[in-house]
Design a protein around this ligand. Sequence first.
Ligand code: C5P
Length: 410
Amino acid sequence: MFTGKRVLLIVSGGIAAYKSLDLVRRLRERGAAVRCILTKAGAEFVTPLSLSALTEDKVYGELFSLTDEAEMGHIQLSRDADLLVVAPASADLLAKMAQGRADDLASTALLATDKAVLAAPAMNVRMWEHPATQANLALLKERGVLTVGPNEGDMACGEYGFGRMAEPMEILAAIEEALAASPAAASGGGPSLNRPLAGLRALVTSGPTHEPIDPVRYIANRSSGRQGHAIAAALARQGAETTLVSGPSQLPDPAGLKTLHVETAEEMLAACQTSLPVEIAVCAAAVADWRSVARAQQKMKKNGAPASLELTANPDILAELSKAGDLRPSLVIGFAAETENVVAQAQEKLARKGCDWILANDVAPASGTFGGENNQINLIRAEGVEPWPQMTKLAVAERLCREIAATLGR
Ligand code: C5P
């Protein structure tokens, strides 16, 4: 998956540093070359020897090491990678990054790089919630630094809340997304930003919705959220200020954007409406068409099975956004998941819903689209139909972004 990719992993101080050892192992298993910078504080938690054994490379620590500078200067170290990953990213290192300080090897490499930077913050919940940390993070995101996590949970210090570093598998997914970006878009961490959607706002819906019948049962569908999440991540990488409104999904929140979690179609519509105005809206969610009229407060007993389930139509979020008056996004894009007559049905949908484009895809079981990695799209606009070859959902997201940028004159 990462064959030929070079990751510079910066390990700063924090108990979560032990998870970085696992991250290195998993990156190596997937074919990436990993080089590590270990900060002084990081070395209190993991040893250079462990990292060196796992990376099969030397571990860099000192800024003023004559040997290191002779072998590989600190500028070269940061340029030699495809991606810089800071995991764990301590509150202190995030503060240094925000200020542009360069008083050790890690901060110097981060300041000198022209590559994308992905940070996985990890700290005590109070430090995480502190306005100083939040302001530093907002500034870094504005400059294009990608983030993953932190997660909520018990902390090593005995407190509970946000601050646990994302799990290695979540960081891997974020690394995959960051690396999937085109080389130009991946320059998020550096000053030479080439992000065609910068200055625009985007809204993406993704995943299924769950429509409760009682506290434990719900109506749902097989959507994984992969396509919508990939589109949201791609829009964010291209510079759009992106909000992802996601129904229940196993996927981690993509790096570098705001994710709102919802369960039902009605909650999804409300979250979308509060996210307006935006210039770009992409409705990739597989919204349940109907919900149960009644929602039992207690779990329904199986021997008292209802003779029927009365259903009512859910709001159509795509249609609502398409007729949002002054708040209508300049470009409203929907999907049409069909199992037959894909193009004809999608053309009818374009007209009926009033959106600008429809990405029509075949979701017949044999296509493997639902829950799978690949998709085959027909892009349907008023002016005609453009069939795209079969490609991964990540590639669909990238191509859609290019179409959006071209249409919006970027
Ligand atoms: O009508 P159909 O469900 O096939 O339309 C699919 C498109 O409409 C998708 O873009 C989907 O996200 C959107 N949609 C919606 N709200 C609904 C139903 C579908 O936004 N209630």
